[in-house]
Design a protein around this ligand. Structure first.
Ligand code: SF4
Ligand code: SF4
Length: 556
């Protein structure tokens, strides 16, 4: 039975430019001389470095441990020696640096011991911890840690698992070729996720401009022999690959602002993530590489399997960049980020390395004032008011921008694409979001400082009270002692009879003590000469007494 499809609000139809990079099969990119592996490659907290310069590591060894509730581990992409753990330029428009592990490959490509993870015998928490430590994140570009999504939410089980193969952004074809070439493996990953989530049905959404991928996935689904797995071609309209938009198209469910799709019994994963989950669970291999499209101003656009940490310029060099190339973008032309330099490394978010030039991406005409035409609102797939958010972001009235749901903006670029005033609207939203995050960080830091200060005050107060209590105890004891001394001093003097009696008692006690000493010394044979003399005197006196006690016979 044909799957009923629904429309979503807005969207645009840009030129797709996808054919150039799908002519050749996926190639394995060579291992570079030096891999620069950033520790922060997912949404959430930055992993803690687990290695130091000079250490030898194996391929797949954890080099960054997940830190905090939302974080994901990072692994060595091959075996080799860590030459530094230091700040390096990040693949981000900001041009900022972040902590990276710099790895010199030993060319042996020696894996850690690998074994499948038996998720059926594990608790849900153990499975989530395993996926967190395997570094699996969403490979559609959002890099949200997948272990947090392996959760049916409020419900015991999900109605629908959506697999996102729409890949709507121009130039990018990494999901397309993955589905064409590895459909069977990908579906095995899907089966694992489905079992973990107890999902009733699986809908695999693929834009209808990818007929080869649709055919390959249909064959794999048929081979799986499960009628609840459906491959659904969806109309090509950017951004049909947004999670909310694809869920809407496939199920008709509109996930409102501030709600999760799992609240409505649906969870959505990118096809690349399903493949990564298969490798992690069934093969025991953490996420150390991904498929990357290299396209744009190059003579041989292609998809490569690339180790994380590989410099983007190495990939570009493999594809014959044209002489007028002047920039590298990570991602597509709609949502991609301009790189500060082509030396930056490929990371988990890098679905595409797009080479640009002035002829391919001509500079936009000068920005004009907003004429309130409303075209941006008509094109917005998230049903937002882009011109209002623009106005408040530009005026730095960030609270108001948030009231207009700034954080529901998926930065798809449809609004800027249609704006007749050529306003780079997404740049304003990104600026506003980063300012709000920065302020949140400052506020958090201030909150922590305030908590620490209040804790210090509490501790000082407690110590003061403990000291006061000790002082009070000592004072009471001293007073009691003084009172006893005073009481002794106030006792009446002894009479001469009492003194004589006390002297007699003392003399008797002294005699008893001496006798005890004598008996002990005699028993142990340790008599001093004086004691020996005393014993002899006592013996003589005893003999004398015995003699006197004998009956005295009359003498002749
Ligand atoms: S499309 Fe551009 S000019 Fe028109 S309302 Fe939106 S921001 Fe203003
Ligand atoms: S970038 Fe944001 S505001 Fe603009 S169309 Fe996309 S979701 Fe809407």
């Amino acid at each position: 039975m044909l799957q009923r499809l629904f429309g979503f609000h807005g969207g645009v139809k840009p030129a797709y430019h996808k054919e150039a990079s799908t002519g050749l099969p996926i190639a394995v990119a060579p291992t570079p001389d030096l891999l620069v592996i950033p520790l922060h490659q997912s949404i959430g907290g930055m992993p803690r470095p687990l290695v130091a310069a000079g250490e030898h590591v194996l391929k797949g060894q954890r080099i960054g441990g997940a830190d905090g509730n939302v974080s994901s581990a990072v692994h060595a992409s091959t075996s080799g020696t860590v030459v530094a753990v230091e700040m390096r330029l990040m693949p981000h428009t900001s041009g900022l640096s972040a902590l990276c592990v710099v790895l010199e490959p030993d060319r042996r490509d020696e894996w850690i011991p690998r074994q499948p993870f038996d998720f059926r015998s594990a608790t849900p928490t153990q499975t989530r911890d395993y996926l967190r430590d395997a570094g699996v994140v969403g490979l559609g570009g959002a890099v949200f840690p997948s272990y947090l999504k392996i959760n049916p939410g409020k419900h015991e089980q999900l109605d629908t698992l959506v697999l996102n193969g729409a890949e709507c952004e121009p130039f990018i074809t990494c999901d397309d070729v993955l589905m064409r070439e590895r459909a069977g493996t990908l579906l095995k990953g899907m089966a694992i996720m489905r079992e973990m989530l107890s999902a009733g049905q699986v809908l695999i959404g693929i834009e209808d401009n990818k007929p080869e991928a649709i055919a390959a996935m249909e064959v794999a689904a048929r081979d799986a022999g499960d009628s609840t797995i459906k491959v659904v071609p969806v109309p090509t309209r950017y951004p049909a690959g947004g999670a909310k938009q694809l869920i809407r198209v496939l199920t008709g469910i509109e996930v409102p602002h501030g709600k999760r799709s799992t609240d409505y019994g649906v969870q959505c994963f990118n096809v690349g993530t399903a493949y990564a989950i298969y490798e992690a669970i069934a093969l025991g291999q953490p996420l150390i590489s991904r498929i990357v499209t290299v396209a744009g101003n190059v003579s041989r656009a292609r998809n490569f399997e690339v180790l994380f940490g590989t410099p983007m310029r190495d990939l570009v060099a493999l594809c014959g960049p044209l002489p007028d190339s002047d920039r590298v973008i990570m991602g597509g032309p709609m949502m991609g980020l301009l790189m500060p330099d082509d030396s930056v490394p490929v990371v988990k978010a890098a679905n595409c390395v797009l080479v640009g030039s002035k002829s391919l991406f001509p500079p936009p005409p000068p920005e004009m004032p907003c004429i309130r035409c409303g075209d941006c609102a008509k094109a917005c797939p998230a049903d937002l008011q882009p011109f209002e958010m623009y106005w408040f972001s530009r005026a730095k009235i960030f609270g108001k921008a948030q009231e207009y749901h700034l954080f529901d903006c998926i930065e798809c670029g449809c609004c800027a694409y249609v704006c007749p005033s050529h306003i780079p609207l997404v740049d304003y939203y990104r600026f506003a979001k980063s300012e709000i995050w920065a302020r949140e960080l400052v506020k958090e830091a201030a909150d922590v400082a305030r908590e620490r200060y209040e804790f210090r005050l509490l501790r000082e107060e407690r110590e003061k009270q403990e000291k006061a209590a000790k002082l009070a105890t000592r004072t009471v004891a001293a007073r009691a002692k003084t009172a006893a001394a005073l009481a002794d001093a106030e006792k009446p003097a002894a009479t001469p009879e009492q003194e004589a009696k006390q002297a007699l008692i003392a003399a008797a006690l002294e005699r008893t003590r001496k006798q005890k000493e004598l008996v002990h010394a005699e028993n142990t044979g340790n008599l001093t000469p004086e004691q020996q003399a005393e014993v002899s005197a006592i013996e003589a006196r005893r003999d004398e007494i015995r003699e006197m006690a004998k009956p005295h016979l009359p003498q002749d």
